[in-house]
Every structure is written in structure tokens, then in C-alpha cells.
Design a protein. Structure first.
Length: 744
């Protein structure tokens, strides 16, 4: 049998067709796939059930601590100003930290060690599983005989209990049942024990004393049970729905099972390394029905799209190009390897030369030239302004060493330490901590800053200087990558002239200096542009990975799901019916940015106690409002305060919106599906700083609007005045940035 016949038979088998009658489906039994899926789901369900039972049987938090025992004590920053005494924390047998608020220092007598509390004090005791607990406090009211004193104890939201304290040391027990709802609230589940008593003023002591505490003990009232329906059923339902979506997209049973096994292995490692965090994650579907139903609906939509829209596989006609067999690929590789030692010395200079020519022609040369020119101009301006004492001091975060004002680092690095840049430096240095509003800033950019700072770890540079320098390096590389991607994408959809003008508009936009600062705009724009470029070339996994990284850079990254879904449908619809194939895993590409956002939100709720949205609302007073309210408030703010930066921001925003409206009939639908939803976060949120806080910076990633401006730039009487005006506004806004006006 010939090679062509073998290839045709392999192609027919792969497309589910009969070997003898390629125009009809091969008569296969649907039960064969159903049995394989049932067997795979049974095995996956058994593994998931074992993990969930392990989590359900985790031993509850228990300890018995006396202050006369040796235990490491660590000072912690007070969480509220009403407590005048220090906040102490101690760890017992690898249990989570127990925090004491409103307690004085450790004291001893002949029998035991103890701590006096203030009249209002609190204990925070972390717990790891939902069950009934018994808290035992060893306390007394006074060290000398006298009347009994009342101590009111309240655990979380339970009714307060009052006990009588005497001069004798006694154990008082308090029972509390931790419901499963506490394990989905995002905070680390705790028993917050409030202690309130009348102040005691002993002679010779200037302090106001509450109760004398000599010991704290916690024990579960009942052993854990493996039967936890609210833990088992929602997670098993998510597993089944995820597997069904994977199979509906065309994945084989082995591939879908392998992905599910990889996910289960990751959860197993988390359960073994951090059981409490795994319990919090496992209870999220049960305690957040909105998230659970939303995920199920998302899976259902993906399932319907994969089955209804794309339909069954269609065979490739015999006239199509023959399939290259694995044996032919190996033979071709062996031939190349045999000829490589002889041809390499003569071919590699030509290959490198042609590669550089192609890269420079593809926008790399223009991007590098704009980077060098703009970076040099901004750095010289910042250096001169700093030497002339026209710049403000750089911002710092707690624990950072400030830059020396007379050194070379201050005019070159310190001028870029403004607003959000310090928050990113803090995350890069210490990560996310419980209760820290730094969780409002997404993790990819500070992670890259941390990695880029490693070569400078052994130098004498201060930590803040190292992180600022690494942020400038990351932003600079991302800037070149972003402009190169914009050039290639726009040239593909329009022409070279429009591509060059778009890149130039981006580089000279009034807020373009943020591309060079330790902010996320350059990185986010690079990931967005290359996501769309990869999608145009049907490189779905590359597009999915860059979209996932974009959702870990800024909140708006999840909106890339819309243009990705459109590109999949548009390319499938544009393919001739006889050449259409099942898209397979490509249908999962739009889900990756959504899963990236959900993953970070779950992480932040589990390990820090709140999400980025909660942190923004708490730290910066961000509230949800209507678009017309934001614009009206911004106009009234400009008239009342006379703020030029706010006026410029409002003008730029209206200008960008007008460009997008003008491009409704000129731009590709994927451009609009990316840009228009990006307006919603700007128009529906408001902070206490200014109505349009940071909007001038957010507009940098609206490259589709700049494409419309580049199309209008074919008229010279519009193009050159815009360039002159943009450069002047860039210089003025950069001067405001150096003076530490709130431009960011």
C-alpha cells in the first residue's frame, strides 16, 4: 500500500470516518465514549472525594497555653488606635498566631506568670475547621481580697456572657460553634473574644487594669466527621462540569483526565502543606452560591457553544494537503541533523542578518528608537528638575530605606517613586500580608520586579533603589514589546503608515511617561496587544497564556475574554464548511483570563482576608456609581477646585470616547470588544481623591482609539498640530508628576 493511501486512512480515522467510505461517518457506538468518560469521572471523583474527606477530617485547632511556658513572642503592628498597649502574637505547636490586643506586659509572681488586660481587650484565636469549640480562660479579677467584679465575654456574634471574677484564679469556659459560613467570608476564620470589665485602679499603679489572664485553652467539643455534604457535593459538581466542558471542546479522554489530575495534585499539595488554606478554598462553592452558580453557568455556556456552534467534526476532502506521518517527520529531522554540521558555519550569519532585518522592519527598530529618545528626554528633565529643587520627595513604604537626597539615585530613581509605584515596590519586597491594602495591586508586575532585582541583591544599593531600578527595567522592556506588537497588529489590519502613526501617538500621548515609570501600563499593553496578535494567527494557547497574565496584571485583563471569543467565532465562520474542524481546546482560551482573575481573588480572600475590590473600597474609598454621576462630579470638582490636572483628564477621556465612537465603522470588532468594555471601570467607580483618579494613565491602553486618530492623521493639518499639542501636554503633566501632584 502506498504512503498516500496510508495517510488517507490515518486522516479518515482521525476525523471519525469510515476507511472504505470517506463521505460517511464511521459507525461507532456512543456507549464506547460514555464508558470511557464514566470510568474517568469515577476515578477522578474517587480522588477528589479522598481529598475532601481528608480536609473534613483535619484535626480542629486545639491548644492549652500558660504564660509561664516558654513561647516565642513577636510584636505586631496594632490594628486599631483604640488600644494603647502593644499587640502581641504567639505561635503554639505550629498553630496559627493567637493575637492579644489591649494587654500589658508579662508579669510573674511566686506561682505563675500572667498578663493584665485593659478594661477593654480582645483575643483573636484562629480556627481551621468548622465545628463546636470550647474556649477556656484562666483569669482572676484582682490580686487582693475584695468584691467580685463582672467580666463580659463575647465571642464573635454570639450573645455576650457575664462571669464573676474574684481574687482566686479560676477557669471559665465558653462554648461557640463556628459555622461553615465563616469559612467562605474570605477572612481567616477566627474566634474574636472581646473582654470588657470595669477599670481597676490599684494603689501605686497608674494603669487602668481589666482582668488578670494566666492561661488560654481551646479544644473541640466533638471529633471531625467525614460526612460534610456542603463540602463534598459542590466541589464534585464543579469537577464534573469542568471535565464535561473539556470533553465538549474536543479533548480526548486522556487529555481531559490529565488536566483534571494535575488540578487535583495541586489541591493535594495545598492540603498537605497548608490545610487551613485548603479548607477555606474548598468551602468557597458552598458558602458563596453566587460564585458557584456563576461558575456552573459559565461552564454551561462553554458547553453549549462547543456543541451547538461548532457542531461535529467535518472531514478534510481528499484534495487537501496530505498529512505528514510521525515517521516522515523523524526522517526529515534526521536529514536536517546530518546536514547541519556542514551548513551551519556558512548559513548562520545570513540567518542572523535576515532575522534582524525582519525584526527591525516589524516595528522593533521604531520601538527601540522611541524608547531611547523618550527615556533620555524624560531622564534629563527629571535630573535637571531634581537638581533645581523642583521635585518633591519620593514616597516610601514602611520598612524601606529612603534614598539619600544628595546621591545620584535620587534624581535618577527617586523621581519615579510616586503613588502606586511604592505599593508595587512594597508587594515586591514583602508580598501580601493579612489585612494589608496592598492586595489591591495585582501580583504579576511586582513579581517581575522581584525577579529583575535579583542581580542587584549583592550590591550596596538600598532596597527601594533596587526595586525602583528593576521596575524601570521591566517597564522599559515591556514598552518596547508593546510598541512592537502595536505596530505589527495595526500593520496587519491597516497599512504601514497607520501603524507608524499609532505607535508615535502612543509614545507622545500626554500621560505616556507612565510607560517608563514603575507602573503596570506598559506590561498590560504588551500582554493585551500580543494576545490579540496571537489570536489573529490562531495561536490559541499563546493567546490564552498572555490573556491569563494580563488578568494577573490589572483587573481589566479579564475583559480580554470578549475579543478572544469573537476571534474564535469569526475565524471559524470564515473557514469554508468543508475545511472546518472542531476547535478543540481553543474554546477554553476565553476562559483563561476569567480564571486568572478568580484565582487571584480566591488567593487574596484566603490568605489576606479580603479581595482587591474590598481593599480599594476600604483604603481609597472607592464606590460604585453611575457614569453620568462620575462625569458630573468631575465637572463640578473642576469648577470648585480649579484643578488643571482633573480638567485635562476629563478632556482626554471625552476625546478618547469620541475617537472610539468615530471608529465604530472603521475598527475591527475585536478592537472594539477590547476597548469599549474598558470604559466601564472608569465610568462606574469613584474615589475620595478625585472623581477621575488615574484616568489619564488608564487611557494609555486604549490603543484602538489611537488607531482612529492615526487614520485621521492622514490629513497633515490635523496631524502636526496634534503632535505639537501632545508634546506640550506631556511636558506639563510630567512636571506635575515630578512635583508629586496626584497625576497617577
Amino acid at each position: 500500500m502506498s504512503v498516500a493511501s496510508l495517510n488517507q486512512r490515518q486522516r479518515a480515522r482521525r476525523n471519525g470516518r469510515s476507511r472504505t467510505r470517506p463521505g460517511r461517518r464511521r459507525p461507532t457506538s456512543p456507549l464506547r465514549h460514555a464508558r470511557a468518560d464514566l470510568l474517568a469521572l469515577t476515578g477522578l471523583g474517587a480522588v477528589a472525594l479522598a481529598i475532601l474527606v481528608y480536609l473534613a477530617l483535619l484535626p480542629p485547632t486545639s491548644f492549652d497555653y500558660r504564660f509561664n511556658q516558654a513561647s516565642p513572642l513577636a510584636l505586631v503592628r496594632p490594628q486599631a488606635e483604640i488600644y494603647r498597649s502593644e499587640v502581641l502574637a504567639f505561635t503554639i505547636d505550629r498553630q496559627p498566631q493567637v493575637r492579644l490586643r489591649g494587654f500589658y506586659g508579662l508579669e510573674r509572681n511566686a506561682e505563675y506568670a500572667f498578663r493584665w488586660s485593659e478594661p477593654t481587650a480582645a483575643l483573636t484565636v484562629p480556627i481551621n475547621v468548622p465545628t463546636a469549640y470550647r474556649l477556656t480562660l484562666t483569669v482572676l479579677g484582682q490580686t487582693t481580697p475584695g468584691p467580685a467584679r463582672d467580666l463580659t465575654v463575647q465571642i464573635n456574634d454570639a450573645p455576650p456572657q457575664t462571669v464573676q471574677l474574684t481574687a482566686a484564679l479560676r477557669d471559665y469556659t465558653f462554648d461557640y460553634r463556628a459555622e461553615r459560613g465563616a469559612f467562605g467570608a474570605g477572612d481567616q476564620p477566627t474566634l474574636m473574644v472581646a473582654l470588657v470589665t470595669d477599670p481597676l485602679l490599684p494603689p501605686g499603679d497608674k494603669r487602668e487594669l481589666g482582668a488578670l489572664v494566666a492561661g488560654i485553652a481551646l479544644a473541640p467539643l466533638q471529633p471531625p466527621t467525614p460526612w460534610q455534604p456542603w463540602l463534598l457535593f459542590p466541589n464534585l459538581a464543579l469537577l464534573v462540569s469542568s471535565y464535561s466542558v473539556a470533553r465538549a471542546t474536543g479533548m480526548r479522554v486522556a487529555v481531559a483526565t490529565g488536566l483534571a489530575v494535575a488540578l487535583l495534585v495541586a489541591i493535594t499539595l495545598l492540603a498537605l502543606r497548608a490545610g487551613a488554606a485548603a479548607v477555606l478554598l474548598a468551602y468557597q462553592p458552598a458558602t458563596h452560591p453566587d460564585w458557584f452558580v456563576g461558575l456552573l453557568l459559565l461552564h454551561g455556556v462553554a458547553l453549549l457553544v462547543a456543541r451547538v456552534l461548532f457542531g461535529p467534526r467535518v472531514p478534510i476532502p481528499p484534495s487537501a494537503a496530505p498529512t505528514i506521518t510521525p515517521r516522515a517527520r523523524l526522517a526529515h529531522l534526521a536529514t536536517n541533523l546530518q546536514s547541519w554540521p556542514r551548513s551551519w558555519p556558512q548559513s548562520w550569519p545570513t540567518t542572523i542578518r535576515h532575522g534582524w532585518r525582519e525584526a527591525l522592519a516589524g516595528g522593533l527598530g521604531l520601538a527601540v528608537g522611541l524608547f531611547v529618545t523618550t527615556r533620555a528626554a524624560l531622564s534629563l528633565a527629571a535630573f535637571a528638575a531634581n537638581r533645581a529643587l523642583l521635585t518633591a520627595k519620593p514616597c516610601t513604604w514602611r520598612g524601606e530605606e529612603p534614598l539619600a537626597p544628595d546621591g545620584i539615585a535620587a534624581p535618577l530613581l527617586g523621581v519615579w517613586q510616586r503613588a502606586d509605584a511604592c505599593w508595587y515596590e512594597k508587594v515586591a519586597a514583602v508580598g501580601y500580608r493579612p489585612g494589608d491594602p496592598a492586595v489591591a495591586f495585582f501580583p504579576l508586575y511586582p513579581l517581575l520586579m522581584r525577579l529583575a532585582s535579583q542581580p542587584f541583591a549583592d550590591t550596596s544599593m538600598a532596597l527601594g533603589a533596587r526595586l525602583t531600578l528593576s521596575g524601570l527595567i521591566v517597564s522599559g522592556i515591556a514598552y518596547i514589546v508593546a510598541l512592537t506588537g502595536v505596530y505589527r497588529l495595526v500593520r496587519r489590519d491597516f497599512d504601514i503608515g497607520v501603524a507608524r502613526r499609532t505607535v508615535l501617538i502612543l509614545a507622545l500621548f500626554p500621560s505616556a511617561f507612565f510607560f517608563f515609570a514603575p507602573f503596570t501600563e506598559a506590561l498590560f499593553l504588551a500582554l493585551v496587544v500580543w494576545t490579540l496578535a496571537f489570536a489573529r494567527r490562531s495561536l490559541w494557547w499563546a493567546a490564552g497564556v498572555t490573556a491569563l497574565l494580563a488578568s494577573l496584571t490589572k483587573t481589566q485583563g479579564f475583559l480580554l475574554a470578549l475579543p478572544l471569543a469573537w476571534e474564535i467565532y469569526f475565524q471559524w465562520r470564515g473557514t469554508p464548511p468543508e475545511q472546518r474542524r472542531n476547535p478543540g481546546p481553543a474554546i477554553l482560551t476565553p476562559l483563561l483570563p476569567l480564571y486568572g482573575l478568580l484565582a487571584f481573588l480566591l488567593y487574596s480572600r484566603t490568605f489576606t482576608g479580603w479581595t482587591s475590590f474590598q481593599a480599594q473600597s476600604s483604603q481609597w474609598g472607592q464606590t460604585e456609581t453611575t457614569p453620568w454621576s462620575v462625569l458630573a462630579h468631575s465637572w463640578r470638582y473642576i469648577l470648585r477646585e480649579g484643578d488643571g490636572v482633573e480638567a485635562l483628564t476629563l478632556g482626554l477621556f471625552i476625546f478618547v470616547v469620541a475617537l472610539l465612537i468615530g471608529g465604530l465603522r472603521r475598527l475591527p470588532p475585536a478592537y472594539l470588544l477590547y476597548a469599549v468594555p474598558q470604559l466601564l471601570p472608569i465610568l462606574t467607580r469613584q474615589t475620595y481623591v478625585t472623581p477621575l483618579t488615574s484616568t489619564s494613565r488608564y487611557l494609555l491602553v486604549f490603543f484602538p482609539a489611537f488607531v482612529v486618530l492615526a487614520l485621521l492623521g492622514r490629513r497633515r493639518w490635523l496631524w502636526y498640530p496634534w503632535l505639537i499639542l501632545s508634546v506640550l501636554l506631556l511636558a506639563w503633566l510630567f512636571a506635575k508628576f515630578l512635583q508629586k501632584d496626584f497625576v497617577a
